[in-house]
Write a protein that binds this ligand. Structure first.
Ligand SMILES: Nc1nc2c(ncn2[C@@H]2O[C@H](COP(=O)(O)OP(=O)(O)OP(=O)(O)O)[C@@H](O)[C@H]2O)c(=O)[nH]1
Ligand SMILES: [Mg+2]
Length: 446
């Protein structure tokens, strides 16, 4: 981005509503001029100045602290002005309007971060981490986002991309200088290096999957026959009296969603109506919704009464492709004699009443979705996971091609695909479409 053809953007950087302080942020070549106009005098870079903020007609709109950052030493890499005023929705809006009158235009969502990326202040994965940190729903998620923001994830990706580049240079050299008679795969060195890269990519992918889970969480549906204790299970897992529990079968009718964090894993838990044939149209609609919910969940908890586990296997099959855990509830009332319901499946025995077995159930949930709340996980987005998968599969192809005596050009092409996939993560290889897609999901002011 050259300074000449760039316009100046402005937005309220703090959330809407009332608060102690609201910040209007301005970035671009006109930021210094706008600061001078609103604050009545030029602002010294990096010095907090207590000023009145005035509109073009000289009316005082607010007073507060003005901060000016001279390019390139700012978040966006451009001249940046921050006006910190009182946190009322009207007052901050008037300050913003004065900035717009003075020559700025409203920023699009994520445009500050986009400029930071385009000016080389952040790479793409770091810019995404800014949004992830803001949206983090748990302490583990903030830690993972911070690790990505400070660049640990990008460094790992860049290191791998660097190794990949080295390998490509070697392979291309063999192709370009056939007279040197470098034996590309004969001595096994290239294959060994591809295998090594493959292993490192696979490790990184495992750490990213956790990050993606941390970011997006999972949707868990609780289903089963009436009266088995589904709503009681939701209450005990969420630690709140969210759902109505009675001994009348058919108590729950609507879907009830509760967001919670199970030992670091964000979960949307959905209680549903007990599944049975019914003449009651209201209950019938509840049952229909219950089935639909189970069909779109990431994981289904099939609850049954420990003393009557017949229904469980039926519903397990009904759930089809979605991972399920059979939960045998009311363990305080009976024995758990039929632990194995399905050939491949073992039920988890709990009591929603006493809390027995709930810890083991949470462990099982984490195991089924493959979540380890490990210290070294990164906030990764589905985009990153896909790119790493693409790189892995290209390396797989390269290895196959290397074994069946295919021409080196084909191997070189697979390495290029893998290299580009890595580059798309940090943004060394991007398209405008991709950038638009990423930054439009950010909030305004970021
Ligand atoms: N002893 C015992 N009773 C339980 C347990 N869990 C639930 N109950 C009782 O079983 C009855 C039904 O509980 P709910 O949680 O309403 O069952 P549900 O599956 O949501 O029922 P519907 O909404 O009607 O489908 C209530 O009387 C609960 O107190 C348990 O672990 N032990
Ligand atoms: Mg219920």
């Amino acid at each position: 981005m050259s300074g000449l053809d760039v316009d100046t953007i402005a937005a309220v950087a703090t959330p809407p509503g009332m608060g102690g302080v609201s910040i209007v942020r301005i970035s671009g070549p006109a930021a210094a001029g706008i600061g001078r106009l609103l604050c009545g005098a030029p602002l010294k870079p990096r010095l907090a100045a207590y000023r009145s903020f005035r509109d073009g007609g000289g009316d005082v709109l607010d007073e507060g602290v003005a901060l000016f950052f001279r390019a390139p030493r700012s978040f966006t890499g451009e001249d940046v002005l921050e006006l910190q005023g009182h946190g009322g929705p009207v007052v901050v809006q008037r300050v913003l309007e004065a900035c717009l009158d003075a020559g700025a235009r409203m920023a699009r969502p994520g445009e500050f971060s986009e400029r930071a990326f385009l000016n080389g202040k952040l790479d793409l994965a770091q810019a995404e981490a800014v949004a992830d940190l803001i949206g983090a729903a748990s302490v583990s998620a903030t830690r993972a986002a911070l690790r990505s923001l400070t660049g640990s994830f990008s460094r790992r990706v860049d290191d791998l991309a660097g190794d990949m580049l080295g390998l490509r240079v070697f392979v291309e050299a063999v192709i370009d200088f056939p007279e040197e008679e470098l034996d590309l795969l004969g001595d096994g060195k290239v294959k060994e290096r591809i295998r090594q890269l493959h292993a490192e990519l696979a490790t990184l992918l495992a750490q990213c999957r956790d990050g993606a889970l941390l970011n997006q969480g999972i949707r868990v549906a609780i289903t089963g026959a009436p009266n088995v204790g589904k709503s009681s299970l939701l209450n005990v897992l969420s630690g709140q009296d969210a759902a109505i529990v009675t001994d009348v079968p058919g108590t729950t009718r609507d879907l009830l969603k509760v967001d919670l964090v199970l030992e670091g894993l964000p979960v949307t838990l959905v209680d549903t109506a007990g599944l049975r044939d019914t003449e009651d149209p209201v209950e019938g609609e509840g049952v229909r919704r219950a089935r639909a919910e189970a069909g779109r969940a990431d994981l289904v908890l099939v609850v049954c009464d420990v003393r009557n586990m017949r229904h469980a296997s039926f519903e397990t099959e009904a759930a089809g492709q979605i991972p399920t855990i059979v939960v045998a509830n009311k363990a305080d009332l009976g024995d758990f004699e039929t632990g194995r319901i399905h050939e491949s499946e073992t039920a988890v025995c709990v009591s929603a009443k006493t809390g027995a077995g709930i810890g083991a159930l949470i462990e099982r949930v984490k195991a089924v979705v493959g979540f380890h709340d490990q210290e070294e996980g990164f906030t990764a987005r589905t985009r990153h996971v896909q790119a790493l998968r693409e790189a892995l599969s290209a390396l797989d192809h390269a290895l196959v091609l290397g074994s069946d005596g295919s021409p080196s050009e084909l191997i070189a092409e697979e390495l290029r695909v893998a290299h580009d996939a890595l580059g798309s993560i940090t943004g060394t290889v991007t398209t405008d479409d991709l950038l638009g897609e990423i930054f439009s999901t950010f909030c305004v002011g970021k």
